[in-house]
Every structure is written in structure tokens, then in C-alpha cells.
Design a protein around this ligand. Structure first.
Ligand SMILES: C[S@@+](CC[C@H](N)C(=O)[O-])C[C@H]1O[C@@H](n2cnc3c(N)ncnc32)[C@H](O)[C@@H]1O
Length: 639
């Protein structure tokens, strides 16, 4: 991290309109500062003599670094691809060739894609703005997440491998393409060292597997005979764009995991968070951006990246973008503000090539019950209306809005498919039941062959026998939790203890009705273990595991945890979206995802920026056509 900080050009400064009113009573020295045109290939060597130069302005609000083109060169959308002369700084030809003109169809690479919550929402939102954003490539190390993505996005080239291997592959693929397609004609001699595979062996690309949609590899010693068709393979792959080469991906999005920052982890490395392998994916994500040089970048993460180690992981990500001469803007968004009955605070970081409009953050469309605040040092990055600013928000959504229409199921339900049994009861339910073609606003984009009158995955992770008996004793009322089980008392200090006046009351299995972990959770003050959600509540955050021991996840009136489909709805996944893997893996993909309506709002902002229709301000108001309620005239309701 220190290395990254010191590698910034010491002559580069940022323009700010923040004024300091303190009078200077002497001038220590004068310096020559020049303003230059922004460029991703900015090198101080090519700049006219000066002590300092600046190409971007900095604003504390939303930690924004924005190009100053309008002030200096008046670089209009149409002149984006022309070299800009300013104080001797000229965009070089490599940059121009990578930076192609605006197309209404944009190609998206989703790294750490999971089951595709983020990219699905981005594409839906961009579509509303008039931009056809298509997830062309996706990468994730988790097999079942890749299968889910493939099932819902058959058009996407999905690679089930680590992001590190993917980056190595991109670099080698680029060399192959340069050799066989760009330079055309040199003899095959490419050795591709892979990090994984059999230890110590080298592999070569020998073919393209059309069924698996992946490159086939073969150990080097068996490769003597395939030189002849390697050129064909590379040519075919190049034409089909099986992998992105620099400039091919217009947008890169991703949520690199940062498991090393969890507040529950006592061994987290506070002094050097990037040395922790579990936090290293932020580095890999930025390395992919650096190699592919997309027009736009969107990174998502938990709010803890701005809390842990003084926010150094979040600062690192911002710093990498600025170092690559990208514009950048950071926002903290509560998912409930975009039409969901779930609070879920997440950090989003936009990056944009200096000649593009930096996407704005979409202002909330819905009121939301605030659960907890953002990290104090980044309070000015919370995407919200200012105090006193006029706002016209839809009402807060609650659990009832999302799931009241779903048929009752028991703790032992195992069916993958069932019928809805009744029509939708709320606006949210009408929207979430829309077909894929309705959502995409197209005649038919449905290639999954799924029957839209079928309800998928409305089944819970079954509770253990003891937990099931406990849950059956939790009253079906608002605020009920383990404190309603027998054998405990609650002190004046709000701490729960075993009742010393009573003989221990045991379950048929011989265990206590109130387990020790429930008594000890949150110092005995928590009300979360075995808590029922209630119809009028906004859920805190859908997690990867529906664990009733540590979170409020019980259905209000049925003795079970929320089903896979109920969690998917709380994350805004349309009912047509299907998941793969075992039931635990499905919950995990859903809990990991970016809430689809949040990504949809961001996708709209991206589409507007791509068309140069957005302004310089950090925030934008979403149009009413983006609200779910405006779809109903075209939506087919499934019963
Ligand atoms: C927070 S989730 C991303 C969710 C996704 N953005 C969505 O909206 O559905 C992080 C994902 O990173 C994947 N992952 C973890 N380590 C990885 C690695 N080294 N390379 C590629 N993927 C990885 C996990 O399998 C998980 O699906």
C-alpha cells in the first residue's frame, strides 16, 4: 500500500474550490502550476516545464476526482477521440485506439460475478436509459454461482476460475492474438504458464470447447502436432471475442471479496490489510482494470472497507483509479432507498476514463428506516438528500410488500417448483413477478424456457430437530425471539440469564430450550437469536446463511427461516431468476449479491453518462420510469 502511495507522481496535484480564509503574512515561494488535459497515459515527462500540474479537480463530497476538461479544452462528446493539446500534453495514439467512439451497445465484464446480481441490475437500468449494456464476460471461482449466471444469462462467456488466473489468461491471450491475428503469421511458440493445474507443468492452448465455452489446455510435451490449427483457434476466438483484450470491455464491474476485514475476525491484519491474502482481491481487480482499460469501472464492497484500518482498503481502491488517471467517485448507498424492504448499506466506487462523463450516484427513490450509520470519516459520501432539500419519496417498503403473496410452506418443504396459488397483492409483488422480456422491455429475451406461472425455490433451509422445536415455541407476534422460551429471566440491565428459581427445563433431546450461545450473544442483551421478522419491518441485511442463532430470519407466521425465494425477493431478484447448487449455495449467492434494484439505479446513471446526458454534479434524480410501478402497463402477471 505504501508502495502504491509513493508511486503517484509527486508533481501531480488536484484542483479544489475549498477556500482557506486564514491570511498569509508572507509568501514562502512561488510555484508554477499548469493545467493539462486529462489522459490515461499522463506522464509528467511530456508536460511543459512546471513545478506542479493538475488535470482533475478534487471534492471531499463523494471523494470525487473529476476531469477538468470543460474548464480547459472544452472537450465535447464528439471530440472525445481527438488528441487534446494543452500545455504540451497530447493524448497519444495508443490511448486513442483503445478509446473508441460511443456505441449504443456496451460490453460488460463482471469479475467476482457471483450469480450476477450486480450485472443483471446494471443491464436492466442501462436499458431504461437507452443503452444496451450486455454482460459479455464473467468470472467467479464458485462453480454453482457460475452455473446460476449461465442459466440466467446464456449469452455470457463465463469462466469458473480465480480472478488471478483469469488475468494471466487475458495477458497470454492478448499475446496470442497479437501473434496470430494482429501480426498474423509467426510460428506457434507460445507457452502459457498457469498458476493452477498440475504442479510445475506448463500448458498450451489447444482448442476451444464449444460446449463448455472454454479454452482447452494440454501439457506442453503432448503439443508437438497441433501447430497447424492453433492459428484457426485463435482467429475463431478473436472473432467471437471469447476473452476481452485491452479496449474490448467498455465496463468492468465487480465486488472483490474482503473476508479479512470482518468485524467478527479477531485475527484481522489492521496494520497491513493488503498483506492479508483475503483482502488481496482488490489489488487483482484493479490490475484487471489496468490491463483492460475500460471506459467505466464500478466496484462494490461492504461499508467496512471504509471503517477497517482507517478505511485504508477503500482509500487504496480510490488511489489505484486516480493513479491510472481515471476519474473516481465514491458513494455509500442503502439498498432500501431503491425500493426494497431491506436496509443493506454498501459502498460503490465509480471510475471513468478521463474523456468520459463520470457517472453520478442516483438519489433515493424510497424512504427507508435507518438502521445504522455510515463510517464517520466518509459521512459526506452517503448518497442522500441534503437536510431541508425537497424530496418526493415513495413510502418505506416492508416485509409484507415483498412476500405476503407467497403460499405457506413448512420447514420440511423440498419442492423446487410450485404454483403461486394467488395473484400479487402489492406493487412490489406485481413487479417482481414480471417476465424477463417485460423487465428488459423487449418482445422476448427469454431463452431459459422457464414457465413463468411457476414459483421456484420457495423452500427453506431446514432447521435441526431441536431448533425446529424451539422455533415452534416462538410466538407468532411482533418482536418475538428466544426470550419467549422457558427457563430464563431478564434483569434490569436487559441481560438475559437462566432463571435460578426454576429447575432446568429441558427439551426431549435433553438440551436446554435456551442454548448458551443465545444467552451469550451480544453480551446477553441481543434480541436477535430466534427472532421473528414482522410484516411491518424492513429487514437489516440478507446474509449468506439463514442462521436463526444470530439474525432475525424467522418467518412471521410460519415455523421456519425465510425461503430461498423470499431472500431472493428481499434482494430484488425477479421471480424468473433461478439459482443452481444445493440450497445452502443458493442462499449464499443471494446473500453475496448486490441488490438488483440498486444496481439497476446505478445502471441507469451509467447509461446516462455513456450518452453524455449526465451533469457534473455528484447526484442525479432518477426518472419515474425507473420506478417499478411504471412497468405495470406492460407486465404480464403470473398466477
Ligand atoms: C460479494 S460476491 C460478488 C457478488 C456479485 N457481485 C453479485 O452481485 O451477485 C464475491 C464473489 O467473489 C467470488 N470469489 C472469491 N474469491 C475469488 C477469486 N479469487 N477469484 C474469483 N472469484 C472469487 C466468490 O465466489 C463470490 O461469488
Amino acid at each position: 500500500m505504501d508502495e502504491e502511495a509513493t508511486s503517484h507522481d509527486k508533481k501531480r496535484i488536484f484542483y479544489s474550490t475549498l477556500m482557506n480564509d486564514n491570511l498569509l503574512d508572507c509568501i514562502v515561494s512561488k510555484v508554477r502550476v499548469v493545467q493539462i488535459a486529462p489522459s490515461v497515459n499522463l506522464k509528467s515527462k511530456s508536460i511543459s516545464p512546471c513545478d506542479f500540474y493538475y488535470d482533475m479537480k478534487y471534492s471531499v463530497d463523494y471523494s470525487a476526482f473529476c476531469a477538468t476538461v470543460n474548464d480547459i479544452g472544452n472537450v465535447s462528446p464528439s471530440s472525445c477521440n481527438k488528441a487534446v493539446h494543452m500545455n504540451g500534453n497530447k493524448a497519444n495514439s495508443e490511448e486513442i485506439s483503445i478509446h473508441r467512439p460511443y456505441k449504443s451497445k456496451l460490453a460488460l465484464l463482471d469479475i467476482y460475478s457471483g450469480c450476477g446480481g450486480m450485472s443483471t441490475g446494471l443491464c436492466l437500468g442501462a436499458k431504461v436509459s437507452g443503452v444496451d449494456l450486455v454482460t459479455k464476460w464473467a468470472v467467479d471461482i464458485d462453480k454453482s454461482a457460475c452455473e446460476s449466471l449461465k442459466l440466467n444469462h446464456p449469452e455470457t462467456q463465463i469462466r469458473n476460475e480465480s480472478a488471478e488466473d483469469f488475468l494471466n489468461l487475458l495477458k497470454e491471450w492478448d499475446k496470442l492474438c497479437k501473434r496470430y491475428v494482429v501480426s498474423d503469421g509467426l510460428i506457434f511458440a507460445m507457452v502459457i504458464p498457469m498458476k493452477r493445474g498440475s504442479v510445475g507443468s506448463n500448458f498450451r492452448c489447444v482448442g476451444w470447447d464449444m460446449v463448455q465455452m472454454r479454452i482447452q489446455w494440454e501439457p506442453i510435451e503432448e503439443l508437438s502436432k497441433c501447430e497447424g490449427h492453433i492459428r484457426d483457434i485463435v482467429l475463431k476466438g478473436f472473432k467471437a471475442k471469447i476473452l476481452p483484450r485491452p479496449g474490448d470491455a467498455d465496463v468492468i464491474c465487480g465486488g472483490p471479496p474482503c473476508q479479512g476485514i470482518s468485524g467478527y475476525n479477531r485475527y484481522r491484519n489492521v496494520d497491513s490489510p493488503l498483506d492479508d491474502e483475503r483482502n488481496h482481491q482488490i489489488v487483482v481487480f484493479m490490475d484487471v482494470v489496468n490491463f483492460l482499460k475500460p471506459k467505466y469501472v464500478l466496484m462494490e464492497n461492504v461499508a467496512d472497507i471504509l471503517r477497517f484500518a482507517k478505511g485504508s482498503l477503500g482509500r487504496y481502491a480510490l488511489s489505484r483509479l486516480v493513479h491510472m488517471n481515471y476519474q473516481a467517485r465514491l458513494g455509500i448507498m442503502a439498498s432500501g432507498c431503491y425500493g426494497l424492504p431491506q436496509f443493506r448499506l454498501r459502498v460503490f466506487l465509480w471510475g471513468a476514463h478521463p474523456h468520459e462523463n463520470l457517472p453520478q450516484f442516483p438519489l433515493p427513490t424510497h424512504d427507508v428506516v435507518l438502521k445504522y450509520g455510515a463510517p464517520s470519516e466518509f459521512e459526506r459520501s452517503v448518497v442522500a438528500y441534503d437536510e431541508g432539500q425537497t424530496r418526493d419519496l415513495e413510502k418505506t417498503l416492508v416485509l409484507n410488500d415483498a412476500i405476503s403473496d407467497l403460499p405457506p410452506v413448512t420447514n420440511h418443504e423440498i419442492r423446487y417448483k410450485m404454483s403461486y396459488k394467488k395473484p400479487p397483492e402489492t406493487e412490489f409483488q406485481k413487479f417482481i413477478r414480471a417476465t424477463k422480456s417485460d423487465m428488459m422491455g423487449s418482445a422476448s429475451t427469454d431463452t431459459t424456457g422457464a414457465d413463468k406461472s411457476v414459483l421456484y425455490d420457495h423452500r427453506p433451509l431446514p432447521l435441526s430437530e431441536d431448533d425446529y422445536l424451539r422455533v415452534c415455541r416462538i410466538p407468532q407476534k411482533k418482536g418475538a425471539n428466544f426470550r419467549d422460551l422457558p427457563g430464563i429471566v431478564i434483569g434490569d440491565d436487559n441481560v438475559v440469564r437462566r432463571d435460578p428459581m426454576l429447575e432446568p427445563i429441558l427439551m426431549p433431546s435433553g438440551k436446554s430450550w435456551v442454548p448458551d450461545y443465545a444467552l451469550n450473544f451480544g453480551g446477553g442483551k441481543s434480541t436477535r437469536p430466534f427472532a421473528r421478522l414482522w410484516w411491518d419491518e424492513t429487514v437489516a441485511t440478507v446474509l449468506c446463511r439463514p442462521d436463526p442463532h444470530s439474525q432475525a430470519i424467522l418467518h412471521p407466521e410460519q415455523d421456519r427461516v425465510l425461503t430461498v425465494r423470499e431472500c431472493a425477493r428481499l434482494q430484488g431478484f425477479p421471480d424468473y431468476y433461478e439459482f443452481c447448487g444445493d440450497v445452502k449455495e443458493r442462499y449464499c449467492q443471494i446473500g453475496n449479491a448486490v441488490a438488483v434494484p440498486v444496481a439497476r439505479a446505478l445502471g441507469y446513471a451509467l447509461g446516462m453518462a455513456a450518452q453524455k446526458l449526465s451533469g457534473d454534479e455528484p447526484l442525479m434524480t432518477l426518472p419515474s420510469k425507473l420506478l417499478p410501478f411504471h412497468y405495470y402497463s406492460v407486465v404480464t402477471i403470473c398466477i
